[in-house]
Every structure is written in C-alpha cells, then in structure tokens.
Design a binder for this molecule. Sequence first.
Ligand SMILES: *Cc1c(COP(=O)(O)O)cnc(C)c1O
Length: 386
Amino acid sequence: MIKANYPVNKLKEIQTPFYYYDLDVLRSTLQEINEQTANLNFQVHYAMKANVNPSVLKTIMEAGLGADCVSGGEVQAAIDAGIPASKVVFAGVGKADWEINLGLDNDIFCFNVESIPELEVINELAGAKNKKASVALRINPNVSAHTHHYITTGLNENKFGINMSELDKVTDLIKTLPNIHLVGIHFHIGSQITDMSSFQALCVRINELQEYFENRGIKLKHINVGGGLGINYEHPNHFPIPDFESYFKVFSHHLSLHDDQTLHFELGRSVVAQCGSLISKVLYVKEGTSKKFAILDAGFTELIRPALYQAYHRIENLSSDLPEEKYDVVGPICESSDTFAKDYSMNGTKRGDIIALRSAGAYGEIMASQYNLRKLPKAYTSDELK
Ligand SMILES: *Cc1c(COP(=O)(O)O)cnc(C)c1O
C-alpha cells in the first residue's frame, strides 16, 4: 500500500485526533489553478464553506483567490483574512437582514440572489443606506450533476436559485428596483462532480440564457459558474491535484464568453480536500464474530462525510507494515452510523497505531461537532511540523 509521505514520528507525539494540512500540496494546487487561468478573463473565488482553517485561508489569500461566501460569518472571515471585498461574492437561499447589511457595509463584489423576495429585501436595505447593491441572479439551470442527491443543487426540485420560468418576472421587477444593479448571472449545480459533461451541459444552458438576456437588452458583465469540481478520493497519493486543465478547458471551449465579460468560478473541495488528513489513533482492535473492528479515537464528530453521504475516504495505517487485513473502521460515537469504512483492507493494526483518513481537507474540520461532548480537535500544518 502506497502511503502519504507524512512526518509520522512528529504526528505520533501529538494528542489525537487532529487535522493535518500539507501546505505544500495546497500551494501546488493553487499554483496549478493560477497557471490554468492565467491570461484568461477567469476569476476564481474560494468557497469558504469547505475549510476556514486560518493557515489554509492565509495560503489561499496569498495565492490571490477571491472568496465565495454563504453566510455573514464567512463574509466577515474572508475580509478578516485579508481577501479584498471587491473579490467577495455572497450566495445562500436564506440571507438574514444583518448578513445583507454586512455585505452592503463592506461593499462586497456581489450578492448572488436566489429569490424574488430576497431581491426586494436587498433593494430596501440598500436604499436605507443610499447604496446600490450589485447582484447576480442565481439561476437554477435544471442541469443534473450526476452526483450524490444530497449535493446536487441545480435541478428544479432543489431549493436553490431562481427557476428559468420566472426570469421574465424577475427582469421586469429589477427595472423597478432603484437600489439594485444587475451585474451578472450565477449557477452552482452540485459538488464532487467528476463527469465533465455535466459542466458542458451547464455551458450550453448558459449560452441560451446569454441570448435570452441580450434579446431583452440586458448586458451582463459577469457569468459565475459556481464550483463543484470533484477530487479523487480513491487515490489521493496518485492524484493529489485535481484535473483543473480539463475543467477550465470545458468552459473555454463550450461557453461563449464576450470579450468584456468575466467568468467566475467558486471552487471549494477541489482546492483544499487533498491537502488535509484527519489523524487518529487506534484505541482497540476488537474481534467480532465474523469481523474485526478497528476502533479509532476519531469519529463522525471530526469527519461526518461517511456518515452523512456514505462517502469514501482512503484510510492508511501510517505505523504498520504488516500484511493487510480487513477491518470495519469505526469511531467511538454512540451511533451505528459512526463507521468510516466496512471490510476495509489495511496493514495489520494494533492499539496505538496512527491512522490517516485522507482527503479530509474539505468539509472535515468545518463540519466538526461536539456531539457526545467531545472537544473540537486542533489542526497542524506541514510548515509547523517541518
Ligand atoms: C458549496 C458551494 C460551492 C463550492 O462547492 P465545491 O463542490 O466545494 O467546489 C460553490 N458555490 C456555492 C454557491 C456553494 O454553495
């Protein structure tokens, strides 16, 4: 079994469980994004909800990415991290008044608006401040992302965005709202998308919509295609960096962008997933009647994706070279869903072994909870442990 090249002796000394971020992997990922988008009218915003660890965020800010936020807390965190407000976009179906006001006070780049009532509230709140709010309409393109149903967002049955059948009504309304400035359109069809044809279908839909807006005499300066690029959870050692080249090429080949338009992206998982691992120790190896359980000191409180979406994370025993055996790898939480993997082959395992749950940089630490009154774990970076 090929394993991550981690400083195991240092990791062994730290109280588990904790998150470990390999900042060199993150920097290479960011460099690849910047190389693939250089000399194009492309702007990448990091989807903050994937991970807001301060060291991770600082590294992303230094690479020049903007921020995609889905709450007031994230807008504040982006600005506190030094990301310029002119690169901050703010989406979400349920923006509270204080969150809208925070965006207005900071003059963020734009609100991605998801409904007619939200448009009216932003107009009113902007009016009270004598401001004009820049907005992009989040349109539900009714394009399938071919991914887990919990993380598909671009179908008519999903709660997100404005349906295409409502566009006449919305564009008529905008003409009557003095404190709204329509700057573009926005989409986000789902997450962990590995089939590029989903993005291609999105491009085709956007081209149709561009024509629709042009026919109505509306000029759009910005097209935002959201995020969703998937990563390779099976082979993080072979594919530490997602295929950004193919991803960005889909858009340069299939989306008809005008010269004066900027294309925006909101990438979360693909930026940070592979740089992070959840590091845990084996508490007990328990012999069941027909199987062995490796009971870890980490559970779904530290990494909820397997319990929530039946997600696969690669598991490596960093301290064993023994022949592989099969284990059900489970956590200590009092719920049967607290299982990371069943019948999973890893090197022969004993109490005290150090285990890496890979590809945990996205939707790991940020979704941690204190259920069972557990402590929120700490995080360490490769820079600190060098
Ligand atoms: C979650 C989210 C993203 C990022 O999705 P990833 O799959 O992590 O790239 C981008 N835009 C919006 C609006 C989101 O809600």
